[in-house]
Design a binder for this molecule. Structure first.
Ligand code: UTP
Length: 295
């Protein structure tokens, strides 16, 4: 039996940075080329051996539920028309019976509050949390990398990356006690510190492995930075007892919760596709030439 079997996907955020699109399209359904963000997150989880998927969703996000449902009429039409490739494209949206549970977060009170909604579904096991708006291009999925490292370590583990000090106040940040290869041991975490108060430049990004004890901390949590219930604060409360490590993953991360990150990810994933690469890179170099002529 794999040691981490369940993953929580907090998808209840309003995605206001993508308005007006997110007025009616969930942020997680925005596409990189031809796959929505949630598909990349789901693929990473499946590759890591996850068997149970828990979405913490919200009102207005029905498209996410439909996406992983059977589209009987569509499939029948495609089959009748002999569109084998189109039918095959739907394979990645199929999940084993009962593998997906969708919960509602009644109010967007923060990431900590969103994760707490999954308490009754987790049981006594350690579990993963994946934020689909952090998309990471890597040879081996980041969650799989973390699960491997967590097997020997236990405790809470967060994915970490170095960010410029000028951007540090957007992130949860690790206070690093010691480092050994890709793993660092934290003596604390701070959510959204100002640059002068940041304990390091190691920022926490959207992959976590959490021990069951996190729910006791989440139950006792008060609003933190930005008035939200911060997952970082709950993890920090366990530093002495459960232990917290940061894992510097191998891969290139795109912050698809921001428009800049999303646009860059679109370009990176398009360039990576054999069927798109040549035409798209020609287009990009023409654009670059045009820009240098204008300048
Ligand atoms: P963000 O901080 O990106 O917030 O959430 P957001 O609402 O999605 O986007 P903006 O800032 O309005 O543009 C980070 C992750 O936490 C989830 C989001 O869905 C996203 O995966 N989240 C955040 C919740 O599920 N519930 C919350 O109350 C807050």
């Amino acid at each position: 039996m794999p040691h981490i079997r369940k993953a929580v996907f907090p998808v209840a955020g309003a995605g206001t940075r993508f308005l007006p699109a997110t007025k009616s399209v969930p942020k997680e359904m925005l596409t990189l080329v031809d796959r929505p963000l949630i598909q990349y997150a789901m693929d990473e989880a499946r590759d890591a051996g996850i068997e149970e998927f828990i979405f913490v969703s919200a009102a207005g996000k029905g498209a996410l539920e439909d996406y992983f449902d059977t589209a009987a009429a569509l499939e029948m039409r495609l089959r009748a028309a002999g569109k084998v490739e189109a039918l095959k494209a739907l394979d990645c949206t199929r999940l084993p019976e009962g593998a997906l549970t969708i919960l509602r977060q009644a109010q967007p009170l923060g990431l900590g509050h969103a994760v707490r909604q999954a308490k009754n579904l987790i049981g006594d096991e350690a579990f993963a949390v994946i934020l689909p708006d952090d998309v990471i291009k890597s040879e081996k999925g980041v969650l799989a990398q973390m699960i491997e490292a967590h097997r020997d370590l236990g405790g809470h583990m967060v994915a970490a990356t170095d960010v410029p000090l000028s951007e540090i106040s957007k992130y949860g940040v690790l206070d690093v006690a010691s480092e050994n290869g890709r793993v660092c041991c934290a003596r604390g975490l701070v959510e959204k510190p100002s640059p002068h108060a940041a304990p390091s430049t190691k920022a926490v990004i959207g992959r976590y492995i959490l021990e069951r004890s996190i729910f006791d901390r989440l139950d006792a949590l008060h609003p933190g930075a930005g008035g939200e219930m911060q997952l970082t604060d709950a993890i920090n409360a366990d530093v002495e007892t459960v232990g917290v490590s940061g894992f510097t993953y191998d891969g290139q991360r795109f912050d698809c919760g921001s428009i800049q990150g999303y646009v860059q990810a679109t370009a990176a994933f398009a360039l990576d596709r054999a069927d798109l690469h040549d035409e798209y890179s020609t287009f990009l170099s023409q654009k670059r030439q045009h820009l240098s002529l204008v300048a």
